[in-house]
Design a protein around this ligand. Structure first.
Ligand code: PEP
Ligand code: MN
Length: 371
């Protein structure tokens, strides 16, 4: 555990989870945004069939990076959430960003509120929300702030805790970064690990949908988070993701959600569970992190190859340019050898990369579509 700041002691009560008998983590699922009563009810009924949902989520007020995107259906969506509750028995969850949202959500019987990533980065807003929560025993989850600052995250949790909220937890949804990545928001696992070290009793829910920004990577991040012993998952699920009014690329269908959840391995040991890590497990963890990074970088590298293919096509340049390749090999070989890697390994590795890059470029030039 790497947290060196002051440990926080906050009063925590268990967040209700009907799935607990089956030993399942807290599972929060539902669309990014409430769009219509039919969309909510249809999604919820289909989710009900999976038998693996603790709370049904939908954003009523949407904090959007740019204006003129869909900013949420607003208060008229709250009665629709009540219909979902009545028809499916689900507990319901939504995001709040100010005191008025809190008051309305409580008035309409929302069971779990979450503070979004943009809001938790602002102590004034968090304090306003905390003040509005006084006297309520609603469950509250605080998303990590958009910037990777564990103290800011802890501060937001402390503000909510001081308002008397005991069913409290955190959501890890990744961190925005200028650096290009395969993720929409970088997971930066060390930050939730630090939070767990600062407050071991605090439940942490992972939100793979906002980390990934696409559906393909979700199973990997969901499994990885469970391997790190998070206490739950929040997943965006829409009855017709292709037509979603927000975050269309990252939402699963209810069937895909079922496949995801039943495909997860629930393990009983983990690095987060305060077990003394052995020297071997520590080294394996380091290797896992490095392998993740290597694969992410390889994916970025190949995406650039695709763009180069496009450029060469438009400018009538041949794919293979021996001068450029010889200089790459010479330079990388020398650097790799200076870093202690064998010449034989480096040559095989560079050859493989080169071959894949050429394949990608010729696919682009021949207009075949890769997936
Ligand atoms: C959301 O959960 O729909 C949302 C807006 O998330 P975040 O605050 O993580 O961006
Ligand atoms: Mn969303």
């Amino acid at each position: 555990m790497t947290y060196t700041g002051t440990k926080i002691s906050i009063d925590i009560e268990r967040i209700p989870n009907e799935l607990e008998n089956a030993d399942w983590p807290l599972l929060i699922a539902g669309p990014c945004s409430a769009e219509s009563e039919e969309q909510l009810v249809d999604t919820a009924v289909k989710l009900k069939n999976t038998k693996r949902v603790s709370f049904f989520r939908a954003g009523i007020w949407k904090p959007r990076t740019r204006p003129n995107s869909f900013e949420g259906i607003g208060v008229k969506g709250l009665p629709w959430m009540q219909t979902v509750k009545k028809e499916t028995g689900f507990r319901i969850a939504t995001e709040v960003a100010n005191a008025e949202h809190v008051e309305l959500a409580l008035k309409y019987g929302v069971d779990l509120l979450w503070v979004g990533a943009r809001t938790s980065a602002n102590p004034f807003s968090v304090q306003e929300i905390a003040d509005a929560l006084k006297g309520s025993d609603v469950a509250v989850l605080v998303k990590n702030p958009v910037n990777p600052d564990v103290e800011l995250w802890i501060g937001a949790l402390e503000r909510i805790s001081k308002a008397g909220i005991k069913k409290l937890g955190a959501i890890h949804r990744g961190f925005s970064s200028y650096e290009k990545s395969v993720f929409r928001n970088l997971p930066m696992w060390n930050i939730p690990i630090e939070l767990k070290a600062a407050c071991p009793d605090l439940p942490i829910v992972c939100d793979p949908s906002h980390i990934c920004g696409n559906t393909e990577l979700i199973p990997f991040i969901a499994q990885k988070s469970l391997d790190m012993e998070v206490n739950g998952l929040m997943i965006e699920v829409h009855n017709n993701p292709g037509c979603a009014w927000s975050d269309a690329k990252q939402q699963l269908t209810p069937d895909q959600y079922g496949d995801l959840i039943y495909g997860l391995l629930l393990r009983s040991t983990s690095p987060m569970q305060n077990q003394a890590p052995t020297a071997l497990s520590k080294m394996r963890e380091e290797i896992d992190l490095l392998d993740d990074e290597i694969i992410q970088k390889l994916s970025l590298r190949m995406k650039i190859s695709e763009k180069i293919g496009q450029y060469k096509k438009e400018n009538n340049v041949t794919i293979l340019q021996m001068d450029r390749w010889s200089s790459i090999v010479g330079n990388r070989l020398n650097m790799g050898k200076a870093m202690g890697l064998s010449e034989d390994f480096l040559k095989k590795y560079l050859d493989l990369i080169h071959q894949e890059s050429i394949n990608i470029q010729s696919d682009v030039m021949n207009k075949r579509i890769r997936n």
